[in-house]
Design a protein around this ligand. Sequence first.
Ligand code: UT7
Length: 325
Amino acid sequence: MAQIFSRIVGTGGYLPEKVLTNHDLESMVDTTHEWIVARTGIHQRHIAAENETTCDLAQQAALQAMDAAGIRPEDIELIIIATTTADQVFPSTACKLQHRLNIPQGPAFDVQAVCAGFIYALDIADKYIRSGTVKRALVVGAETFSRIIDWTDRNTCVLFGDGAGAVILEAAAKPGIIASHITADGRYRNLLEVPGGVSSAYQDVQNGRAYVRMQGHEVFKWAVKALGNEAQDMLAANHLSVDELDWLVPHQANIRIISAMAKRLHIPMERVIKTIHRHGNTSAASVPLALNMAVRDGRIQAGQKILLEAFGGGFTWGSVLIHYI
Ligand code: UT7
């Protein structure tokens, strides 16, 4: 039997209407627009409305991706949502989305790998398609990270934003997704975390809620090293040189992480997709949002080779090498 691969046939994205600028943050914490831009590259981020949830953002991104792919709800056989900020403890956000979009079949589940979540979800969906289990998957990265941010902590509140990105993955005779790789190192779990949870005692609760805590400097160093090595290993394993790569679509956490990693890889910044200035760090949504933007503005085109990669709490990280066909 001929081998089955997967390919991306549609992308979508959604950002909440409300924009929070660095100048807005100046009146909330002891910070300046200049500091935030110099240290992170971020100018603004989008914040979900009070009654807007992760599933609402996921729904908009998914509809756009389905429209781009020209498919109907009944064509989708698998839904995976990468999120750290699910609407509820359960059911999963993917099950809620399945109902909202009138998708008549499953499976549907959430994946939790924080900022690397979309890479994890794409890796899983590709394997479902390659095995012949399903023909079409909806893969979403969606977050309302603003809900787990301590808005009095200048170390973290200037970094994050809300949003959603989605792709439709379809069975194909040729790859599409050339290769994917995901990994984790739980020894570093405490460097970036929300210390409270459902099953553990809430050790870090303010007003009954738990928030992101981060040792920024340590995370920064690790992210540059892990992402640099990840990209080099992925290209080497697939006998590709950096010159053969058309676009790098990295997780948007900090422009300094992106440029340090690009320098390590010897890829010019002109071939790196950047949304950090407008979106901030949208965690699991950052890679699909950046991918969608570059597809829609015409930079990413059929025939090109693209490397997606991300790094997040856990630590978790990974990459997906794509022939955009
Ligand atoms: O998605 C993956 C998860 N997250 C990341 O990848 C983030 C990784 N880390 C980073 O991006 C950077 O470490 C930060 C942007 C968080 C911080 O930048 P940094 O260059 O590592 O700064 P720093 O933490 O070493 O802090 C430098 C100074 C400190 O003051 P002192 O101790 O030197 O007096 C901070 O208190 O900057 C201060 N600072 C701020 N000043 C103004 C920290 N946050 C702010 C702020 N505004 N918002």
